[in-house]
Write a protein that binds this ligand. Structure first.
Ligand SMILES: *Cc1c(COP(=O)(O)O)cnc(C)c1O
Length: 367
């Protein structure tokens, strides 16, 4: 049975019709960029995350860049972030002129750990940028305490973890400015690009509302040299519908993950995702590890099952980051993860037959 890695399905049933209705309503409204639909979504998203302010922006990368800008992070500053994150996180730090300092993650959660941060700390570090990778929350209470002790700012990258909680508190509420992406495949996805910054600080929110729109304070009056990173009303309207179902969409991901976790126990040399006590997981991705990763991936493809690798080449070994002066062997765990990880199909609306086909094929490969 062919199993796609990801597919947008009508899940929960009826969501597709509701989205089409909203899109048609926005076409009649003719506002298109910012406007009432964006304001309504910002309010609903802030209420959902339980944070005073959410500011819609163009995409998740911009949400990171604008968060860093709003907190005054720039040239001369170092930012600690995990070496195994998606390239966008690192590019955002580079974009504001700060230096990304790549930190080895925790060996079982793949997220930033206290040990990693302690080892990488220098007097130039101004902020830490925890990434809730694959949908699993970082140990935020511990990371926040580290930040407080050393006077560091915190920007959370929540692009893979909408709705995930640490000890009952949602991600996007811990840092001073926190970035979300609404790229279509994310847990809360639009039908195009979109993003948001959440913050507890009204001044940060006010800066962002100007900065995303060329720095405009009142029509044709500008307080800062801003950029164009606005959320459009069609995406906001779609996101408002999907937000109402985010809990159900995440629950579906968790259900599928639970079945994988049960069925793939002690199969071959597979290492399954491990969650830390108190840390939530919304399974944006279901990532397993094996020494025979390439062979497994090829075998699954012959069975019509598509898998992906997040991420095959770590940032410090990319041509674009040669200037960091890091070589192969400098981040051994990050490199090991890149060589052994594979992401299995998991998406809302995936059928139990599809998941059974994946499980059977993996067991067959290892038997
Ligand atoms: C998707 C993603 C981003 C960037 O979001 P875009 O909307 O694609 O710009 C940043 N960080 C992480 C961890 C992501 O997964």
């Amino acid at each position: 049975m062919p199993v796609p890695f990801f597919e947008l399905r009508d899940f929960p049933v009826g969501i597709e019709a509701a989205i089409q209705g909203k899109v048609m309503a926005e076409l009649a409204e003719k506002r298109f960029v910012l406007g009432p639909a964006v304001e309504a979504f910002e309010e609903a998203f802030a209420a959902y995350v339980q944070v005073p302010q959410a500011v819609g922006v163009g995409n998740g990368y911009d949400a990171l860049v604008l968060s860093l800008k709003a907190l005054g992070i720039g040239p001369g500053d170092e930012v600690l972030l995990p070496g195994n994150t998606y390239i966008a996180t690192i590019n955002a730090v580079q974009q504001v002129g700060a230096k990304p300092v790549l930190v080895e993650p925790d060996a079982s959660t793949y997220n930033l750990s206290l040990t990693g941060l302690q080892e990488a700390l220098t007097p130039n570090v101004k902020a830490i940028l925890p990434v809730h990778l694959y949908g699993q929350t970082c140990d935020m209470p511990t990371l926040m305490q580290f930040a407080q002790e050393h006077g560091l700012l915190v920007v959370e990258d929540c692009a893979q973890a909408h709705g995930a909680e640490v000890g009952g508190q949602k991600v996007g509420t811990f840092g001073q400015a926190n970035a979300f992406s609404f790229y279509p495949t994310k847990n809360l996805g639009a039908l195009g690009d979109g993003g948001a910054v959440t913050t507890n600080n009204p001044e940060v929110a006010a800066f962002l509302r100007q900065y995303r729109n060329y720095g405009q304070s009142e029509r044709y009056l500008y307080e800062v040299v801003g950029v164009n990173s606005r959320l459009d009303s069609l995406q906001a309207a779609v996101l408002s519908v999907k937000l109402q179902h985010l809990q159900a969409l995440n629950a579906e991901r968790q259900l599928l993950a639970g079945i994988y976790l049960q069925e793939l126990q002690e199969v071959g040399d597979l290492i399954l995702p491990e969650t830390q006590a108190g840390c939530g997981h919304v399974y944006h991705l279901f990532v397993v590890r094996t020494a025979r990763r390439d062979q497994l991936q090829q075998y699954l493809q012959t069975q019509g099952i598509t898998t992906l690798i997040h991420y095959p080449v770590p940032a410090h070994l990319q041509a674009s980051y040669a200037h960091l002066g890091l070589a192969k062997g400098d981040l051994p765990l990050t490199e090991e993860l890149a060589l052994t990880s594979v992401s299995l199909p998991l998406f809302p609306g995936m059928t139990s037959q599809e998941q059974a086909a994946v499980i059977i094929a993996i067991k067959k490969f290892f038997s």
